[in-house]
Ligand binder design. Structure first.
Ligand SMILES: [Zn+2]
Length: 272
């Protein structure tokens, strides 16, 4: 089988994980900028991180013949210092033309605060001004429904946002349909303990259909599984879904969304 890992925080993974992903059929990995487990204290800290995402990590992935792409932003958790956020957003355009950068992400909300909303709006404006794809993080647990609605409202209020160029990630049963109904793409994150398990993810596909949906493992520094996407193929097979269905969800869907950025290219022979 072939699949794309459209949302994996590879800077926190080992080379064993790269090897296992490629062996399982991964043909491309995309890495959104995210929180490092601590708040970075300076603009230069973010500049170094963006260099890691656009220089070092693609080179590390290339050792395993895996194309690596990235998304850039300031994570919602780090939005409370508005002066720092403003200065960080100002350096992002320096990196947007780099060959592996697909867009702005993962932006969004964490605790749905006023400052997070301001920085979300600034990111959306930045993405529209530079004609970038957008990848959105939605809050956890009890904040998810309210946060998702706030995010949909921010995106809907900006006339330059094209819903087909936006993916809203970490959807769950109570948020997926309202994301799809507004014309956006929806991402299902597969975690061992929280967000969605493979059976819950396949339930959502069976209820909502397979259009404009992708699956990802996040595979960050917390409890997570870099093989969660191919393991979900097993759950689909167990329920009798066809290989074409699996290929559509795990490869063709993310390929279609990501190909809206002309820089997203998978080498011939690697499944595309
Ligand atoms: Zn993430």
């Amino acid at each position: 089988m072939r699949y794309i890992e459209p949302h994996g925080h590879m800077v926190s993974r080992t080379t064993d994980d790269y090897q296992a992903m490629v062996t399982a059929g991964c043909v491309a990995v995309c890495e959104p900028a995210f929180w490092a487990g601590f708040d970075r204290g300076s603009v230069s800290g973010f500049r170094d991180y963006y260099r890691q995402l656009t220089e070092y990590e693609p080179a590390r992935a290339a050792k395993f013949h895996l194309p690596h792409f990235s998304w850039l932003c300031l994570n919602p958790k780090e939005s409370e210092d508005l002066a720092l956020a403003r200065d960080v957003l100002a350096i992002i355009p320096e990196f947007l033309a780099r060959p592996n950068v697909l867009g702005i992400g993962e932006i969004g909300l964490n605790r749905n605060t006023r400052n997070e909303m301001k920085v979300l709006e600034d990111h959306v404006a930045l993405a529209v001004a530079h004609d970038q794809l957008i990848l959105v993080h939605t809050p956890h647990l009890e904040d998810k429904l309210k946060g998702t609605q706030l995010i949909l409202d921010v995106l809907g209020a900006h006339r330059g946002v094209k819903p087909e160029r936006v993916i809203i990630d970490h959807v769950e049963e109570h948020t997926i349909q309202r994301v799809l109904d507004r014309g956006f793409w929806a991402g299902i994150t597969l975690y061992p303990d929280s967000k969605s398990s493979p059976p819950r993810a396949v339930d959502m596909l069976e209820i909502c259909g397979r259009e404009r949906i992708w699956m990802n493992s996040a595979c960050d520094w917390g409890v997570s599984d870099p093989l969660a996407v191919p393991k979900t193929a097993l759950e689909m097979r167990r329920r009798g879904h066809s290989e074409d269905f699996i290929d559509a969800v795990l490869f063709r869907n993310p390929h279609r969304f990501l190909s809206q950025c002309p820089k997203f290219r998978i080498p011939a022979g690697a499944g595309a």
